[in-house]
Design a protein around this ligand. Sequence first.
Ligand code: ATP
Ligand code: MG
Length: 217
Amino acid sequence: MTGITLALSKGRIFSETLPLLAAAGIVPDEEPEISRKLVIESNRPDVRFVIVRASDVPTYVQYGAADLGVAGKDVLIEHGGMGLYQPLDLDIARCRMMVAAPEGFDYANAVRQGARLKVATKYIRTAREHFAAKGVHVDLIKLYGSMELAPLVGLSDAIVDLVSSGATLKANRLLAVEHIMDISSRLIVNQAALKLKHPLLQPIIDAFRSVVEKNVC
Ligand code: ATP
Ligand code: MG
């Protein structure tokens, strides 16, 4: 059994995972934002990090290029979760998945009338399931970022996006019109690694769990 590799994205997931890692006695050697390195060693010779895009974390863990990682529920739903064991909701990087529309657009009325809506989003699967469950007809338009722009330039009637403070919606004169789900990030583990590297992985999972449980109480 060699060491273990943890996949993290830089930014909020990296910084909010640091306290959990500290509880497991793991301290990364460098800050990805500063060092620009994609592979980061730690205080433990058997633990290293790979820094990847948030939406790529499940893929690295699924194929075993990383043994474990931290990914948002939004990203996990889009990925599908194949090959992943999800032992813990870490309750970090919390936000909400919402439908938002321009201030002047009567979304509720459009839905009541059975109108066909154009919805722009990065979260095609989540959006498809949400509107299908509500019986709303939608044409989904895939974007990779800055969804708030789409309704302003007539690309869509509404968007599905993550909202935390609501400041970005407000700055673009959009209103959140429907709550789809609460989002937080989860610990994900490669299913095969969990068996093969159990003695290395289980103490980390346990340490993360102890922090999460302490925060809840
Ligand atoms: P990229 O910036 O590389 O396009 P991303 O926007 O998905 O990817 P982050 O902004 O680091 O990357 O978000 C990582 C995760 O944090 C998301 O998958 C989501 O679960 C959560 N998240 C996104 N936006 C917020 C927010 N405003 N507040 C809290 N958590 C958020
Ligand atoms: Mg982002």
